[in-house]
Ligand binder design. Sequence first.
Ligand code: NAD
Length: 301
Amino acid sequence: MARILITDPIAEEGVALLKQAGHEVVVQPEWKGNLLKEHIGAYEVLIVRSATRVTADILRAGKHLRIVGRAGVGLDNIDVDTARKLGIQVVNTPGATTIAVAELTVAMILACLRHLCAAHASMQQGRWDKKALKGAELYGKTVGIIGCGRIGQAVAQRLQAFGCRILGYDPVVQEAPGIRLVPLETLLRESQIVTLHVPLTEETRHLLRRDTLSLLPRGAIVVNTARGGVIKEEDLLEFLETGHIACAALDVYEAEPLPPDHPLRRSPKVLLTPHIGAQTREGQVRAAVDLARKIVDLLKS
Ligand code: NAD
């Protein structure tokens, strides 16, 4: 039996699975920072989502820590290098929320094309702006997918049903169904819609900035459900103001939560969501159950 600490809530189904396997599970969402450092010494497993920062300090204080589990994909909140040095295994659930993020991405593309946010706001304000709200079809558009891994390919699969021409750029992937892989510059020059599905790394930080944004055709749509920091927000705002970018739909930001007075919140040409890409009932259950199964197996070995 192991003592398992959960500091970011995960779906009940995952907790139940850990308990059924005979482990003691403690859920303490308030334990972050110093408080977590104080208590971590009593646990063999720590389970988090994205809110808990698992720093080197916390890992070192975890004298009995064997596993850090992340219910979800990104490991940006975990000091993976230090964990490795200390012999602590880090596990995540890479595929669990792929469908959730892919569906949000397609929803965002359609919402931008049909001005859904402006249409809804105008109705709530008592107006009937039918003429001003002429949109565009997704059918026949060229969509550029930057990062053709799990989510990028799931987006491509869905876009095929809409009759899009799909270009992709990925330095690692050699082949992806339904995607024509091209150099980044070609993708940017030819895509009316660009969607990002890369991790945040040294290479991808500010991948979309003034010089790369300027390659896009005028009136392009930019969607980011990957990670903030992949787009330089300051430059994006400039391109939105000039109209070079017609609309940007963003789920992730350079600083999260996005500050209340951030200029992006005032732009009429953006659709903003508060990092909800993975936030579906099904995705969260899948992530919790996948993670619990992995941890139960690891604890057996
Ligand atoms: P993945 O690892 O399957 O795919 C990422 C792809 O990006 C890989 O194929 C990789 O080769 C490619 N890549 C790496 N560097 C690149 C570069 N410089 N240019 C182009 N491609 C590059 O990951 P995934 O599961 O598809 O997730 C993609 C992103 O979505 C991750 O950043 C993840 O954190 C993010 N995500 C966001 C949410 C959310 O809530 N919005 C939820 C889940 C995942």
